[in-house]
Ligand binder design. Structure first.
Ligand code: MG
Length: 454
C-alpha cells in the first residue's frame, strides 16, 4: 500500500482508539516454528487450554499467512508491514552476520514510540545481532532474550545488549521469558505499552522446565508446547490482575510452519517451503468489546498486515516507506469478511516462488531440493517450474491437484499481476525473477521438485 493510500485509510477510519480513554496496549506473542495444526483449538490432540481460552475470548483465523517460511524474513515483515525482500532480510541471519533489518526501516515499536508507548521485546529477535541492529536500537526500550535461533552458536542470553548467560539454559528459558514479560506489564503502570514476545520455542533444540518435562504424551515437543501455553496463560492473568486486559489487543501467531516434529495440520509442506504448510499459521486476536468472542474466520490475511493495522489502531504515524500489508482492523472486528487485495507474493531467499490471490495459489518456481530436511541441501537451486501450477485452496487446501489447464485465464491474470508487482522490488529481487524465467528446465510432474536441463 502506498503511503498516501495508507494515510487516506487512516483518515477514513474512525479514530479506532478514541472509544477508550487511553490508547490500547499491544501484546504480540509469536511462537517459532509452530505449525498450523499444533494447537488444540486448531485440531491438535495436545492440550493447550490457555490458547483455547484466548481463542474463545477472541477471533481465530484459519487462513492467515506468514510472508515467508523461515524465521528472520517472517519477523521482518511482521514488524515493518513490508516484504522481507524489500527490507534487507531475504534469508535467515546467523550470529556472525554484520547486517540486519535495514537501518532505514521503521519497526512497529518505532511507530508506537511516537505515541508514547513503553516498549519491550522478550525472546528471539533474529533481525540482526550487532548492537545497532538489536531491539534497543529498533524502537524497544528494553530487550531480554536469545538474539537469534537457539540452534546457533554462541547461544547467548542478552539483557539489552549485555550478555547475561554465555550459553542460555534452554530448560528455564520459557519461564524466564515469562517472568520478564509479566514484570514489564506490571511495571507499565498506566502507560500504554507494547510487549513483543517472540518465543524461542518450539524451534529446536527443545527445552522445558521440570514442571512440564516428561508430562506430555507427545514427548519433549508436547512438553514445550504445554509450557508455551502456560506462558500465554500467565500473560493473560497478569493483564487481568493489572486491569490492563480491558484495553489490550492480544495477538498470538507463529513465524513459519513446523520443522521436524510439529503438525502442519495436514497442509502440504513444512518450514522452508512455500506450500501452505510452510506459511499458514495459527492466528488469534483478542480485545474485549472490540473483537468478537469465539469467532472463527476464514478471511485471507497476512503477517504483513499486523504493523499497518496496529499503527492505525493506536493512531501512530504510518511507516516512512510504502507498506505491502493492509489495515485489516475490520476483518479482526468482523465488520467485513474479506478484503480485496493484490496477490500476496511468497519468496524464499531472493526467489519468487508463488503468489496467493483470493482462493488461488500459483506456484511459479521451486527449489530442486528440500531446504530444511535431514539430508544436507547440497546443490540447491531455485528453478522455474516447467508450467505454473494452480491450486484452488478452497477445495484443495493441501495443494494436491494442479488445475492450471482448467483455468488459463486465472493463470494469465496472476502472472500479469506478478509482473506488475515485481517492478516495484529492488533490482536484485526483480533481477533474480527475470533470470529465473530465462533458464530452461526439464518437464516434471506438477508438485514435484524441478530439474534443470543443464
Ligand atoms: Mg521459525
Amino acid at each position: 500500500m502506498l503511503r498516501r493510500t495508507f494515510l487516506q485509510t487512516l483518515a477514513a477510519a474512525p479514530a479506532l482508539a478514541a472509544s477508550n480513554d487511553s490508547p490500547p496496549n499491544i501484546v504480540l506473542i509469536y511462537a517459532d516454528d509452530l505449525g498450523f495444526g499444533d494447537l488444540h483449538v486448531y485440531g491438535s490432540n495436545l492440550s493447550t487450554p490457555n490458547l483455547d481460552k484466548l481463542a474463545a475470548e477472541g477471533t481465530r483465523f484459519t487462513n492467515w499467512n506468514s510472508a515467508n517460511p523461515v524465521c528472520s524474513p517472517s519477523r521482518a515483515s511482521l514488524l515493518t508491514g513490508r516484504y522481507p525482500t524489500r527490507v534487507g532480510v531475504p534469508a535467515v541471519f546467523f550470529p556472525q552476520d554484520k547486517v540486519g533489518l535495514n537501518l532505514d526501516e521503521q519497526t512497529l515499536a518505532d511507530l508506537l514510540k511516537t505515541k508514547g508507548y513503553k516498549t519491550q521485546c522478550v525472546g528471539k529477535w533474529h533481525l540482526g545481532a550487532t548492537p545497532q541492529y538489536l531491539p534497543t536500537k529498533r524502537g524497544f526500550d528494553h530487550y531480554f532474550g536469545i538474539p537469534y535461533s537457539n540452534d546457533m552458536t554462541p547461544r547467548v542470553l542478552l539483557r539489552d545488549t549485555t550478555v547475561v548467560e554465555q550459553e542460555a539454559d534452554l530448560t528455564s528459558l520459557t519461564r524466564k521469558y515469562t517472568e520478564e514479560a509479566t514484570k514489564f506489564i506490571r511495571d507499565a503502570k498506566g502507560s500504554p505499552f507494547f510487549l513483543y514476545f517472540p518465543h524461542t520455542f518450539p524451534h529446536i533444540p527443545l527445552g522445558a522446565s521440570e514442571r512440564f518435562r516428561g508430562k506430555s504424551p507427545r514427548g519433549i515437543y508436547g512438553d514445550v508446547l504445554a509450557e508455551l501455553d502456560w506462558s500465554v496463560g500467565e500473560v493473560m492473568k497478569t493483564l487481568q490482575e493489572t486491569g490492563a486486559a480491558r484495553n489490550t489487543l492480544v495477538i498470538f501467531s507463529s513465524d513459519n510452519g513446523p520443522w521436524y516434529q510439529g503438525s502442519s495440520g495436514r497442509l502440504r509442506g513444512r518450514k522452508g517451503e512455500t506450500w501452505e504448510g510452510g506459511v499458514r499459521e495459527p492466528f488469534i486476536v483478542s480485545m474485549p468489546g472490540r473483537i468478537p468472542k469465539g469467532k472463527v474466520s476464514a478471511a485471507l490475511g497476512s503477517m504483513l498486515d499486523v504493523t499497518p493495522t496496529i499503527a492505525a489502531l493506536c493512531g501512530a504515524m504510518p511507516p516512512n516507506k510504502p507498506v505491502d500489508g493492509l489495515n485489516v482492523w475490520k476483518l479482526w472486528t468482523g465488520e467485513v469478511t474479506q478484503i480485496e487485495r493484490e496477490p500476496l507474493l511468497y519468496f524464499d531467499n531472493v526467489h519468487l516462488q508463488c503468489a496467493r490471490w483470493g482462493k488461488w495459489k500459483l506456484h511459479v518456481s521451486r527449489y530442486n531440493r528440500k531446504v530444511y530436511s535431514p539430508a544436507p541441501a547440497t546443490g540447491l537451486r531455485n528453478l522455474l517450474l516447467p508450467n505454473p501450477e494452480l491450486y484452488d485452496l478452497d477445495t484443495d487446501p493441501d495443494e494436491s491437484y494442479d488445475i492450471a489447464d482448467l483455468h488459463p485465464d486465472v493463470v494469465r491474470n496472476i502472472l500479469a499481476k506478478i509482473e506488475t508487482q515485481m517492478k516495484t522490488f529492488p533490482d536484485a529481487i526483480a533481477g533474480d525473477w527475470a533470470v529465473t524465467k530465462t533458464k530452461k528446465v526439464s518437464p516434471t510432474p506438477a508438485g514435484s521438485l524441478p530439474r534443470s536441463i543443464d
